[in-house]
Unconditional design. Sequence first.
Length: 124
Amino acid sequence: MKKYDLSDLELEVMDYIWSHKEGVLFKDLVQHFITEQGKEWKRQSLRTFLLRLEEKGFLRIEQTARRSYIYIAIQTKQQYVQKWTKNLLNEMYSSSLKNFVCALTGGEKLSKKEIEELKDMIEE
């Protein structure tokens, strides 16, 4: 099964790209991360992150008319989180929603309100 894990740095880059639905130019990524955020990244390191994200299927890279590149998210953050969560459920909890919910609650009982919310969700 394909993993949907991103490193912390890749997730940081994707969060910025997800916040720009139309895509982001490389110069804007440099401006944000290196200049504004003060990351001690070399431009080539940022390009490597972006190529890795393309290889993992998170980005589409297009060349613009001005020989620049625009980076466009292929999937939304919500889609990523859903796939990541499903992968976690399958691998760590043997696809058992019950075991997953128990882990989320720390083994404590659910409140009546939480039980009702789950019932409502199941009935939908």
